[in-house]
Design a protein around this ligand. Structure first.
Ligand SMILES: NC(=O)C1=CN([C@@H]2O[C@H](COP(=O)(O)OP(=O)(O)OC[C@H]3O[C@@H](n4cnc5c(N)ncnc54)[C@H](O)[C@@H]3O)[C@@H](O)[C@H]2O)C=CC1
Length: 485
C-alpha cells in the first residue's frame, strides 16, 4: 500500500506527529505535473522550541544507553527501511521528481546503509589509554548533545539518514529540518526510527524555510549544526554557528572537474560523464560539470556522448523505464535555463539540448556545451541542473592548474588507462571526494565531503564519528601530588 502523499501532520516531535497551522503553508509540488500533492506548515517559534526541548530532554538517557543497544535500534530501522523501499522510493519520486529507477537504489537504500553501518559501529566506540610512567591517561568519546541537521532537496531521505545515523550512534539527539521543497520523506525516517524502538525525542523533524533553520541554529541548546546546501547558505549557517562556537559539518556545492585523457576507455569516460552530469537531472552536488577532454579525442567524445544521450528515456518518473526526470521545481528550472542562455550568449557551442522540453512538468533537456572556456559563467558557477560544459586541454600540467582554479573543492575525477598518471593527477587535485575511472560512487563506507569552499568536515565512514563526538581526556595520577607550597 503506497504512502499517502499528505502526511498526518507537518512535524514529528517527541515520537509523534505534531501540527501548528499558524506556520506558513508550504505546498509540495509533484515536479512531473506541477500538481500540489501535499501541504505542510513551517515550524513556528513554538514548534522549534518544542522540538529542541524534546531533543534536549531525551539526550542524557539516550547517551547513557549501552552503545550496542543504540546500534541495535538503528540496525532495526535499516531493516524496516529496506522492507518499505518500494513505497519510500515512490514517495521520494513524488517529492523530488527523480525517476523511480534512481530512488529505488540511491535514497532509502542509501539511508538504510547508513543506519546499518553506524548501527554496527556504535558498539565499537572506544577511547584510548596511554601509560605515562606510573600515571596513565584514558580518553572518553562523548556525544556533543543536541544536533541540528538541515537538508537540501536532491536526496531528502539519504541526507536525513547520513546525518542522523552517525549523530545518534554517538549518543546525540537531533532536530532535522528538511528542505522546504521536499519535506515528506524525513517524516517517514522519523516514523521508522520510532517503530524500531528509538526513544521519543531522539530524532525530531521540523519543517520550514531558511527562517526556521535560522531559529534552530541560533538556539543555545544546540551543540552542532550539519548542513547540506549551497555555499551562500553555508556561509550564513557557519557564521551563525560561530557565534556560540558550535560544531559544524558543511556539505556544500561544487563545480567539480572530470578529466578525460586521450588514452581513456571512451565508453567508460562517456558513461562517467553522463553519471556525473545527468543523474538526478544534474541535481547532485558532486557532479563533474567541468569536463576537460583532451583535444585529440574531443570530437569522438562529443559524438558518442550525444548518441548515448539520445537513449535517455525522458518521461513520468514513476514509470520504471524512465531514466531522466524533471527538475525539482519551477524556480530551479528557471535558474538552469538562465545559465543555458548565458552559455549561448558568452559563445559556448551548444552540442545538444539547450531548452525546456515542450511538455508539462519542469523538464530541461540534457544539455551539452563544447568549446567552453575557463572564464565563462557556465564554467564557474554551480548550475545544479543537466548542463555539461566540455573544455579542451593539451597537457597534464595545464589541466591540473585549470581544474584547481575554482573556489570549490568537492569532487574530481580522472579517466585514463595510465594508472601512474591517474594517481599522480588525483593527488594534485584540490577536492575531497575523488574518482579514478568512475564517477559519483558514494557508498557509506567512504568519507564524503569537500575541500575549500565546498565544505567543512566529512560525512559517512569512521570519519563522521569524529564530527559527532568530542574527546574527554582523563589524567590519572597514581602517586602523591607534589605541589610547590
Ligand atoms: N555537498 C553535499 O553533500 C551536497 C550539497 N548540496 C548543495 O545544495 C545546494 C542545493 O540545495 P538547496 O536546497 O537549494 O540549498 P540551499 O542552500 O538553498 O538550502 C539548503 C537548506 O538550508 C536551509 N536554509 C536556507 N537558509 C538558511 C539559513 N539562513 N539558516 C539555516 N538554514 C537555511 C534551507 O531551508 C534548506 O533546508 C546546491 O548548492 C548543492 O551543491 C546538495 C546536496 C549534497
Amino acid at each position: 500500500m503506497p504512502y499517502d502523499t499528505q502526511p498526518q501532520a507537518s512535524h514529528f516531535i517527541n515520537g509523534r506527529y505534531v501540527e501548528d497551522p499558524a506556520g506558513a503553508a508550504i505546498d509540495v509540488i509533484f515536479p512531473y505535473t506541477g500538481e500540489t500533492i501535499a501541504t505542510v506548515h513551517a515550524g513556528t517559534a513554538a514548534i522549534v522550541d518544542q522540538a529542541l526541548a524534546a531533543a534536549k530532554a531525551a539526550q542524557p538517557a539516550w547517551a547513557a544507553m549501552a552503545p550496542r543497544e543504540r546500534g541495535r535500534i538503528l540496525t532495526r530501522a535499516a531493516q524496516i527501511m529496506r522492507q518499505r523501499n518500494a513505497d519510500l522510493s515512490l514517495l521520494e519520486t513524488m517529492d523530488t521528481g527523480k525517476p523511480l529507477q534512481e530512488t529505488l537504489v540511491a535514497d532509502a537504500t542509501s539511508g538504510a546503509d547508513a543506519l546499518e553501518f553506524f548501527g554496527g559501529l556504535a558498539g565499537g566506540l572506544t577511547g584510548e589509554t596511554m601509560q605515562l610512567g606510573e600515571d596513565w591517561v584514558y580518553t572518553r568519546r562523548e556525544p556533543l548533545g543536541v544536533c541540528v541537521g538541515i537538508g537540501a532537496w536532491n536526496y531528502p531521505t539519504q541526507i536525513a539518514c547520513w546525518k542522523a545515523a552517525p549523530a545518534l550512534a554517538c549518543g546525540n539527539t537531533m532536530v532535522f529540518k528538511p528542505s522546504e521543497n521536499t519535506p515528506l520523506c524525513a517524516l517517514k525516517v522519523a516514523e521508522i526510527l520510532t517503530e524500531a524502538g528509538l526513544p521519543d525525542g531522539v530524532f525530531n523533524v521540523v519543517q520550514g524555510m531558511g527562517e526556521t533553520g535560522k531559529a534552530l541554529i541560533g538556539d543555545g541548546r544546540v551543540a552542532k549544526v550539519s548542513l547540506t546546501g549551497s555555499v551562500p547558505t553555508g556561509r550564513k549557517v557557519y557564521a551563525a554557528a560561530a557565534h556560540d562556537l558550535k560544531h559544524v559539518t558543511m556539505e556544500l556545492g561544487g563545480k567539480s572537474p572530470l578529466i578525460v585523457f586521450d588514452d581513456s576507455d571512451m565508453e567508460n569516460a562517456v558513461g562517467g560523464a553522463i553519471l556525473g552530469n545527468f543523474y538526478s537531472s544534474g541535481q547532485v552536488c558532486s557532479n563533474g560539470t567541468r569536463v576537460f577532454v583532451h583535444r585529440s579525442i574531443k570530437d569522438r567524445f562529443l559524438v558518442r556522448l550525444t548518441e548515448r544521450l539520445g537513449d535517455a528515456v525522458i518521461g513520468d518518473p514513476r514509470d520504471a523505464a524512465t531514466s531522466f526526470g524533471p527538475m525539482v521545481s519551477e524556480s530551479q528550472m528557471d535558474i538552469v535555463l538562465g545559465y543555458i542562455d548565458k552559455g549561448k550568449a558568452e559563445g559556448a557551442r551548444l552540442v545538444t539540448g539547450g531548452a525546456r522540453l515542450d511538455r508539462p512538468g519542469f523538464f530541461v533537456a540534457p544539455t551539452v556545451f563544447a568549446d567552453v572556456t575557463d572564464k565563462m559563467t557556465i564554467a564557474r558557477d554551480e548550475i545544479f541542473g543537466p548542463v555539461m560544459a566540455v573544455l579542451d586541454f593539451e597537457d597534464e600540467e595545464e589541466v591540473v592548474a585549470r581544474a584547481n582554479d575554482t573556489p570549490f573543492g568537492l569532487s574530481a575525477g580522472v579517466f585514463t588507462r595510465d594508472i601512474g598518471r591517474a594517481h599522480r593527477v588525483i593527488a594534485r587535485l584540490e577536492a575531497g571526494t575523488c574518482f579514478i575511472n568512475s564517477y559519483n560512487d558514494a557508498p557509506v563506507e567512504v568519507p564524503f565531503g569537500g575541500m575549500k569552499a565546498s565544505g567543512v568536515g566529512r560525512e559517512n565512514a569512521h570519519a563522521a564519528l569524529e564530527h559527532y563526538s568530542q574527546i574527554k581526556s582523563v589524567y590519572v595520577r597514581m602517586g602523591d601530588v607534589e605541589a610547590p607550597y
